[in-house]
Design a protein around this ligand. Structure first.
Ligand SMILES: Nc1ncnc2c1ncn2[C@@H]1O[C@H](COP(=O)(O)OP(=O)(O)OP(=O)(O)O)[C@@H](O)[C@H]1O
Ligand SMILES: [Mg+2]
Length: 242
């Protein structure tokens, strides 16, 4: 049996009395694209960081291609490309040096760094210090670093927040291409159009639990609405509207 690319079994994460992730089961097949949606504080980043092995669950299990973080951390690490919500990059390196560094982590050379620089359109900023580039440029650099090793599984936390519309489209095209090449994608986003464009399925979280999930057309039909925005407001926006 082929294992899921990403799987969580009843994962729970508590911060004091707050249950940030409240027993979530996820199963994402190889090559599938899944978007995690939900209001601020829903638990998206917490869930994603457990899947990335950055924070341990209080209970439950996280598997990556059938491997458990507790036993096979080193093997898993090489299979994932991750982009954090507040990606930390080495501020004192220049943009091209940063990419070269990330490529070297994966045994890739200068040609790969050059390819990535062009892919995310940072050639004009290549000599700027990473700490001094704009927020949108930083997002694009973080994405380039995440895919430096050509990972088959991508986990991206709000990859286009703060980038201008043209750069957003460009990031979408990059991700779409990677998906057509077979990559698995798990992303969090507040942009419904992004979820629809890049993913086969969306999962709506609130208060650390799954409210709804499924392919977009199915969810719209079930919710009796015509757009994901409307569905979001209907299901998760109750608090906002009340
Ligand atoms: N390190 C932490 N210590 C205490 N509470 C935390 C910590 N990290 C997250 N939380 C809390 O857990 C809950 C879920 O946070 P999380 O960052 O996972 O939400 P999110 O869905 O990613 O939100 P956003 O859309 O704003 O990024 C929030 O109530 C948050 O305050
Ligand atoms: Mg978040």
């Amino acid at each position: 049996m082929i294992p899921f690319a990403l799987e969580t079994r009843s994962v729970v994460k508590r911060y004091g009395s707050l249950v940030a992730v409240d027993g979530i089961d996820l199963a994402i097949a190889g090559g599938e694209g899944v978007a995690l949606l939900g209001p601020n504080g829903a638990g998206k980043t917490t869930l994603v960081e457990m899947i990335e092995g950055l924070i341990p669950p209080d209970s439950g299990q996280v598997l990556v291609e059938g491997l458990d973080w507790k036993r096979d951390g080193a093997k898993i690490r090489g299979r994932l490309g991750t982009c954090l919500q507040d990606a930390k990059l080495p501020e004192r390196l220049r943009v091209d040096e940063t990419l070269e560094l990330f490529c070297s982590f994966h045994g890739r050379g200068l040609d790969r760094a050059e390819e990535l620089l062009q892919l995310v359109d940072l050639v004009p900023s290549r000599k700027q210090l990473t700490g001094k580039i704009s927020g949108g440029q930083r997002q694009r650099l973080a994405l380039a670093c995440a895919i430096a090793g050509g990972p088959q599984i991508l986990i991206l936390d709000e990859p286009t927040t703060g980038v201008d519309p043209a750069a957003r489209r460009q990031i979408w095209e990059i991700l779409k291409t990677l998906r057509t090449q077979g990559a698995t994608l798990l992303l969090t986003t507040h942009f419904m159009d992004e979820a629809e464009f890049l993913c086969d399925r969306v999962i709506l979280l609130e208060n650390g639990r799954i409210l709804e999930q499924g392919p977009v057309p199915e969810l719209l039909a079930r919710g009796g609405v015509s757009s994901l925005d409307d569905l979001f407001l209907k299901l998760a926006g109750r608090r906002i509207l009340e």
